[in-house]
Structure formats: C-alpha cells, structure tokens
Design a protein around this ligand. Structure first.
Ligand SMILES: [Zn+2]
Length: 485
C-alpha cells in the first residue's frame, strides 16, 4: 500500500469560509478519495491560520478575546466537513499551543542552528490591511490601493531569515521537478520570480505590537510573524518532524495568490532546517462571481453553506469541480449553477441511472447472469477508454476534464440504450437481456468513476446494483437529482 499525503492551505479565520476555500477543499478531497479508491493510504490535512494583528484587532473591535474569536470562526471552517462531505483526516489550528507551537518553535530553532536568522532594524511603510510592509508600488497618492488607507511608517527590530541564500537551490529543485509545480504556467511564473533572486524575509514582530502569536524561542521580545507560524502546520498537523522526514507531503494544494510563499519561502525554510521538501504544489485559480472578484464591499461573496442548503452537497461538489477549471479562474453565477444542475445532473446522470435501473428492474426475468451474457466490444472499449482518461486527468490535476470524460461515458450509455431499445416489442429475449446487462455495466462503471467526485451519489447507484456470484439484481432508486424549475 502506497502512502499519499495531501494538504489544503490553511484558511485565515478573519472571515467566514467562502466558495474559494470550498473549492480548494473539494479538489483536495477528490485527490484523497481517488488515492483511497486505488487502495492507497491517504492522509488529508486542512485547518486554520489564526494569529496576527488583523485577528487581534477584529477581536478587540468585537469586544472578544482573540481566542474566543478564533474558536468561533474556526468552527465554521470545521463545519465544511459535513456540509461538503469532506474526507479530511486532521484539522490543524495554529493557535493550538499543545500540538502546533512546539513544531513551529522547533523549526525556528533549526533555522537558528543553521545560522539563517539574524536581527535587523527595519524601517518601512506598514499597511494594517496587508498586515505587511508595502512599497510605493502598492500605493496611490500615498494610500494603499487595496485597503484605501495610508500606511504607517514603522521602524522596528525583526528577526530576518536568509532566504536569499537558498535561491539557487530552490530554483534547481523546481526546474528539475523534484519540487513539481502544477500547472506548467505557474512553474514558469515562479522560475522567473526566482531568476531575480530572493530577498531575505522578516520572520518576527516585536511582542509589544503583536502578542497574539507564537513566541520566538529564546527571545521573549519577539513574536513569530506568519511564515514559521503558519507554514509549519504542514508538519505539526501531520504528526511532527519525524513523520515528515519519513514521508513529506505529496501535494500542497494552494491558490495562485500564495504561490510565492509555498514555492519560495517554505522550501527555503525546509532547506535551512535540513528537512525534505514536499513533492509537489498544485495551484488553483480564483472563483469570480458574474465575472467580478468576490468582495465584502461589493457584497457578492457566495456562502458555501447557503449553497448547500439550497441545492444539496452533491450538486455543489459537482458544480465547483466541473465548472471551475482546476488550475484557472472560473465563474460562478446562479444561472450557470442551475444550467449545470438541470443539464448534467438531472437530465444527464440522474436520467440515465433512472432509465437503466427501471429497465433492469421492470422484468423479473431480467435477473441477469453474466455467464450467459457478455459485454459488447464497443461498450468494453468505451469503458476502458474512459477509465484511462479519467485517471490521467486526475493525475494531471484537471478535475473538470476528468468529469467531462466521465460524462462522455454517460452520453455513450444513453445513446446505447436509445439504439438497442430493449423495451421494444418483438425483440428477442436474449437481445433484451444483453442490452440491459450492457447498460448496467456502463452505469456500474459510471458509479465507480464518480466515487471520488460525488461519493454519496456513487454509493446510491452502486448499492442499487448487487452481484451475488454471477447473478445480478437491481433495485430502483428515488430520483437522484430532481429538476429545478
Ligand atoms: Zn494594504
């Protein structure tokens, strides 16, 4: 049995979950489930990023302690598990001082031991919204373009990490795919970023300004700033450094906006700590809503819980995985959602399943023995072709294309039933049996291929078809996806 370790990024808990994080979670879920279906031992990690000045400020504004605020918000992210039927194995929270902090601190100590952390006075323009120092490029008339606020001039002592030292090594590992970046366009993007050379990075903040975070080991005047604090979750949530060294992550699944952190800072930290690198980083795009960026100000943020309540878990899983290209931006609208629902789920999959199961169940004489009937050549070929194509697309992280290939098999099945007309009067009993048997084999394979994507639907279909030795029996099921009018 092979192992497979996959992570999502950890979500910042200053806002409730939106469909972008839902999509990332679902993509990781499909990859984990498909590995388990292959018989591999998959470990799927997700969690929340809970420190920083933004959280401390939001808590103060709400009259809560930071702890209380993150406890409440983290719970919303945890609830995605039920809402979206996610199969994650662990949910790590960076405020967990028992499980997470010791690993973040050990990692810090390893960077110190390598001589890669140094103190430096830093003066710069700090934007509260960015939670980072900004440069003139980020400003318009002295005001932050994104946050519409003037940055503060801050001079402070920080610990800096010698990331510059690792530029060449990181570049090499990415170029030769030891650290594989998927898709290729993102690999090229990070390689041209690395070609300019990496700058050292501020790794801490004075504790007097930032107390909501992990204390820097051996320096109580400083608190860790995001990198060592957050990125180390991939090790702490997995069981610690020893486990990581036995088997580091196969895939970090992330959004395109955090590529540099994962493909530059994180490998730099691991190299400095003399630890293994993850094997690959898969980068997804963003979800637009009606062609626009989701934003609280515009008021177009789509709530995944509301969506599930309205359309059901399986429909939400299908839409996000099918409509949004895995590695590119995609668009959400309710019209598109309902089009996909009625077209692909109600008329496509749902209708095909109902047709085949009704035909098979209608006539008790159609209890089929596979000894007397075989699968038609063209049916057999189409199933094999689809299996190969779906496996390849999952491997290439083109989940939307895997579903497209799978729906090709459903359409093939529909055409097959239309041509054979096993309901027609006058057709020979043996022909009828054979046609219905073939249609059932198609449906059974559709269910198996569907399992990582729509586990509940796949289960319903599989459970309605049961084999006992060579005998096949079938029971009808309720409509899988009733049409939306
Ligand atoms: Zn800003």
């Amino acid at each position: 049995m092979n192992k497979f370790y996959i992570t999502t990024s950890i979500a910042y808990v200053n806002a409730p979950p939106h469909i972008g994080f839902a999509l990332e979670s679902l993509q990781a879920d499909v990859l984990a489930r498909s590995q388990r279906q292959l018989g591999n031992e998959a470990f799927f990690l997700t969690g929340t990023d809970e420190h920083g000045a933004k959280i401390a400020r939001a808590a103060a504004a709400a009259g809560k302690t930071p702890k209380r605020l993150v406890d409440e918000n983290a719970e919303r992210f945890r609830e995605l598990k039920t809402a979206l039927n996610l199969s994650w194995d662990n949910f790590i929270r960076t405020s967990d001082s028992r499980v997470h902090w010791p690993v973040a601190q050990e990692l810090w100590s390893r960077l110190t031991a390598s001589g890669d952390l140094y103190r430096k006075s830093y003066k710069g323009l700090y934007c509260v919204g960015h939670e980072a120092f900004v440069t003139e490029k980020d400003l318009e008339n002295g005001i932050c373009r994104d946050h519409k606020k003037a940055p503060e001039v801050i001079e402070e002592e920080n610990w800096f990490f010698k990331l510059s030292k690792y530029t060449k090594e990181i570049e090499l590992r990415i170029r030769n795919d030891e650290l594989r970046i998927v898709p290729e366009s993102r690999k090229n993007e990070i390689l041209s970023f690395l070609a300019e050379g990496l700058e050292d990075v501020s790794f801490s903040r004075p504790s007097k300004d930032l107390s909501w975070g992990i204390p820097v080991p051996g320096d109580d005047t400083q608190t860790m700033y995001v990198w060592a604090d957050a990125l180390s979750n991939y090790i702490s949530g997995y069981g610690g450094i020893k486990k990581w060294e036995e088997y580091p992550a196969d895939v970090h699944l992330i959004g395109k906006d955090i590529l540099r952190f994962h493909a530059a800072i994180w490998p730099g930290m691991l190299l400095s700590a003399k630890l293994l690198l993850p094997k690959s980083i898969y980068v997804h795009g963003h979800i637009l809503v009606g062609g626009e960026k989701m934003s609280k100000t515009v008021g177009n943020v789509v709530d995944p819980f509301g969506l599930v309540q309205k359309y059901g878990t399986e429909a939400v899983r299908y839409f996000l995985l099918r409509e949004i290209p895995s590695t590119d931006d995609g668009d959400f609208t309710y019209e598109k959602f309902e089009e996909r629902y009625n077209g692909d789920l109600a008329n496509g999959l749902g209708n095909f399943a109902a047709r085949v199961l009704t035909l098979a169940e209608r006539d008790a004489k159609l209890q089929i023995s596979s000894k007397s009937t075989n699968v038609d050549n063209d049916v057999d070929r189409k199933i094999k072709e689809t299996k190969e194509s779906v496996a390849l697309k999952i491997e290439e992280f083109k989940l939307h294309e895997a579903l497209e290939a799978l729906w090709g098999l459903i359409h093939f099945g529909d055409r097959y039933v239309n041509e054979k007309k096993p309901w027609a009067k006058g057709s020979a009993e043996s022909d009828r049996r054979r046609a219905v048997y073939n249609a059932l084999v198609i449906l059974d394979n559709v269910a198996a291929l569907l399992l990582p994507f729509l586990p509940e639907t796949a289960g319903k279909i599989s459970n309605s078809i049961s084999w006992s030795g060579n005998n096949l029996s079938v029971k009808k099921i309720e409509a899988l996806f009733p049409r939306i009018d």
